[in-house]
Write a protein that binds this ligand. Structure first.
Ligand code: SF4
Ligand code: SF4
Length: 311
């Protein structure tokens, strides 16, 4: 697919597609990862989807420090550390021209993110429609945050529904309601993250308060099937009190809430941070124990709300 620097009209900006996924909705699914997210969760396992712009990714393992990219870069933003051990890229000044990607002999550099029309994206996912039909599967749009590109995602999911593909979205819920009702007409299932019930702590963990998210969760549950996801992260949101408050909130959402998925924190994706010039803020946090996850599940279930560990 062709990468372009300026977003053409009617194109969406996506990070990647993943085919034959068996989580994130029923059956066999294609996952569409949009690029751009309004939250900056400390534990984010896909930081490469956070920014709404092309980014240069450098894989230290592949890099042989040959220096070709340093000599070529037209804006001179690539350098090597004094001990010749590390390639340093000033990403603020990088123009995402892609020339270093082309010249690198070791595939150590990559531009991440590309633009695509909703019809092109539909044609891609529709190649797997035989698998969707056989498995009652479909398409799930996540990210990043799909509602940041509301017009594009609405057009894409409307197209999917024209051929009866099952559709789901994964949202952080931090979106103005305008336009959401139109999007939800073409969505069968909504996954929404509830990361903390305390607005102040939520802001410390994600960069934004949770009022808008909780308000949207209520509005969505009034009209659509919904699954709440809680990323369970030690010292951040894994207390009994927070789980109790979330379960109480979920109970009040009514019958459209199918269940709460408790997702144990993991360290997948932490290597990506250094590859895109970001710092990982939770290097010392370990995954929660099985016993702790079972305990939190029991708390949720004590409110009469279904729960499962994992997504
Ligand atoms: S993408 Fe272009 S501007 Fe950015 S580091 Fe590579 S060569 Fe330099
Ligand atoms: S061209 Fe590739 S292998 Fe050579 S220094 Fe640059 S990133 Fe490393």
């Amino acid at each position: 697919m062709v990468q372009t620097k300026n977003k053409p009209a009617r194109k969406g900006f996506i990070y990647d597609l993943q085919r034959f996924a068996i989580h994130d909705g029923p059956g066999i699914r294609t996952l569409v990862y949009m690029k751009g997210c309004p939250l900056k969760c400390l534990w984010c396992s896909s930081p490469q989807t956070q920014k709404s712009k092309l980014e240069i990714m450098h894989n230290e393992i592949n890099c042989k420090k040959c220096g070709r990219c340093i000599d070529l870069c037209p804006v001179h933003v690539i350098a090597i550390s004094d001990d010749d051990d590390e390639i340093i890229i000033d990403r603020e000044l990088c123009t995402s021209c892609g020339q270093c990607v082309e010249i690198c002999p070791n595939q150590a550099l990559k531009l991440i993110g590309y633009h695509i029309t909703f019809e092109e994206l539909f044609q891609e996912v529709n190649k797997d429609s035989p698998f969707y039909r056989r498995s009652n599967g479909g398409v799930t749009v996540g990210g990043g945050e799909p509602t940041m590109q509301l017009d594009f995602v609405t057009a894409f999911l409307k197209r999917c529904k024209q051929v009866y593909i099952n559709t789901a979205i994964e949202t952080c819920g931090y979106v103005k309601w305008d336009g959401m009702e139109d999007l939800l007409k073409y969505v069968d299932l909504v996954y929404i993250d509830i990361k903390h019930m305390d607005p102040t702590v939520h802001k410390e963990l994600t960069g934004v308060s949770n009022e808008l998210i909780l308000e949207n969760a209520k509005k969505i549950a009034a009209i659509k099937l919904m699954i709440i996801r809680i990323p369970v992260v030690s010292v951040c949101n894994d207390s009994d009190d927070n789980t109790t408050a979330t379960a109480r909130f979920a109970f009040d959402l009514g019958e459209n809430l199918k269940r709460i998925d408790l997702l144990p924190y993991h360290k997948f994706g932490t290597q990506t941070y250094s590859r895109i010039g970001m710092e990982y803020k939770l290097p010392d946090v370990e995954p929660p124990s099985d016993d702790h996850m079972i305990r939190l599940k029991e708390i949720v279930e004590s409110f009469g709300v279904k729960a499962q560990i994992g997504g």
